[in-house]
Design a protein around this ligand. Structure first.
Ligand SMILES: NC(=O)c1ccc[n+]([C@@H]2O[C@H](COP(=O)([O-])OP(=O)(O)OC[C@H]3O[C@@H](n4cnc5c(N)ncnc54)[C@H](O)[C@@H]3O)[C@@H](O)[C@H]2O)c1
Ligand SMILES: [Zn+2]
Ligand SMILES: [Zn+2]
Length: 393
């Protein structure tokens, strides 16, 4: 089959690789009909995960497709079903899965020694996301072996198009959990850094969960426009001296009640001193993450508020204003998304017409064009916001 393979930083290729074979009775295999590129994949593309990657690793974790083979222990799906598969792999049985902390699953990381070293304890598995999450073959391929298929995957009703259901694999649940993690009270004002796909789903989820007002921050015009289409007010951070001053002025001097960092470890900084230092230090491997958005979110949040962080950090970001966290009595909530909590309820919301996730798609291309589309997506060329890959076109 064809698959998008890692060959080094900024070097992805579409290779011909062996088709997957069933390795466990709880697994099934799908013929992938649609699969997407995520902002998290860009961290791999840009070399942030290099120590944990091997040449030939298949990327991708946002798949859907048709079931073509089913292990004998799978009970919820049969051959021919059209399913969406969550990015994270969970056992459904361990201490963490029992608490619905599915991304923290204790049984699905096949290389626990890496996670134990890097972050204290290994997390659960994620498709196509390095040795840190079990080095599972990824979903930007013609076929995918789905692990523990009964936990979290959902069958798509006939009436829904691929692009309406596909984002149940990751970015819709991620935006939804990011909104839940703000611990908002009805009517609250929430500031969201980053209007990429995750930011867009966060904005819409916040309103569905009762936010009064969402203020979104980015510098890319079409992303800011999409945020406004979702009901947000916007700030172009490249146009203002200090985002915090603008947020203060917009909130009678008190600051947003809740803040969300939907940017993660590759934040742009436009000359802010902390961002200049991040850039210099990361160029010589003295820091692992560029955390300008996280610092800004913490500083701008009102006293007693909550900082929700769906953005991915990989290592040891520095200069985090922990004095502000402590003295302002902030709560920080974060995590890789606990997908199986959300896939079924959010599918219902899509089927009920409360939201149509296909709004975010700007590019649909055959799998062969994936390597160039990583660059287009990262550099926001051609007004790119979300790329869907079609492995059989
Ligand atoms: N927690 C999870 O399970 C999960 C799931 C999916 C994605 N993610 C993470 O969420 C983050 C966003 O993903 P995405 O797909 O939307 O990626 P993206 O790269 O398309 O979006 C990031 C956006 O942030 C903007 N940005 C950069 N610097 C900024 C700054 N200083 N202030 C405000 N905006 C700034 C960029 O212009 C861009 O629009 C990534 O870190 C990704 O890894 C996490
Ligand atoms: Zn993702
Ligand atoms: Zn588990």
């Amino acid at each position: 089959m064809k698959a998008v393979c890692y060959h080094g930083m900024h070097d992805l290729r579409v290779d011909t690789v062996p088709d997957p074979v069933l390795q466990d009775p709880r697994n099934l295999i799908i013929k992938v009909t649609s699969t997407a590129i995520c902002g998290s994949d860009l961290h791999i593309f840009d070399g942030f995960m290099a120590p944990f990657m091997e040449k030939g690793d298949i990327l991708g974790h946002e798949p859907m497709g048709e079931v073509v083979e089913v292990g004998p222990a799978v009970s919820r799906f049969k051959i021919g079903d059209r399913i969406v598969v969550p990015a994270t792999i969970s056992c459904g049985e361990c201490f963490f899965c029992q608490k619905t902390l599915y991304s923290c699953c204790d049984n699905t990381n096949r290389m626990p020694e890496y996670g134990a070293k890097a972050i204290g304890y290994p997390t659960g598995g994620i498709y196509g996301y390095s040795k840190l999450t079990g080095e599972y073959p990824g979903a930007q391929a013609q076929y995918l072996e789905v692990w523990n298929a009964d936990i979290g995957s959902v069958k798509v009703p006939d009436g829904l198009a691929d692009e309406q259901a596909l984002f149940l694999s990751d970015i819709f649940p991620t935006g939804w959990m990011a909104a839940e993690n703000t611990q908002l009270e009805a009517g609250d004002t929430v500031a969201v850094w980053g209007c990429g796909p995750v930011g867009q789903f966060t904005i819409r989820s916040l309103y569905l969960q009762g936010a009064g007002r969402v203020i979104a921050i980015d510098e890319v015009p079409e992303r800011l426009q999409m945020a406004r289409d979702g009901g947000a007010e916007t700030i172009d951070f490249a146009e203002v001296d200090n985002v915090c001053d603008v947020l203060k002025a917009m909130t009678n001097g008190r600051g947003p009640d809740r803040v969300v960092d939907a940017v993660g470890c590759e934040a742009a900084g436009h000359g802010a001193i902390d961002a200049v230092l991040d850039k210099a230090k990361s160029a010589v491997f003295l820091t692992t993450d560029r955390a300008h958005a996280l610092r800004a979110a913490i500083m701008c949040c009102r006293k007693g508020g909550t900082v929700s962080v769906p953005g991915v950090y990989v290592g040891f970001p520095d200069k985090i204003p922990f004095g502000a966290v402590m003295n302002k009595a902030l709560t920080i909530k974060t995590g890789q998304t606990h997908m199986p909590r959300y896939t079924e309820p959010l599918l219902q919301r899509i089927a009920n017409g409360e939201i149509d996730p296909s709004f975010v798609v700007t590019h649909r291309v055959p799998l062969e064009r994936a390597p160039e589309m990583y660059e287009t997506f990262r550099d926001k060329k051609d007004a790119c916001i979300k790329v869907v890959l079609k492995p059989w076109d």
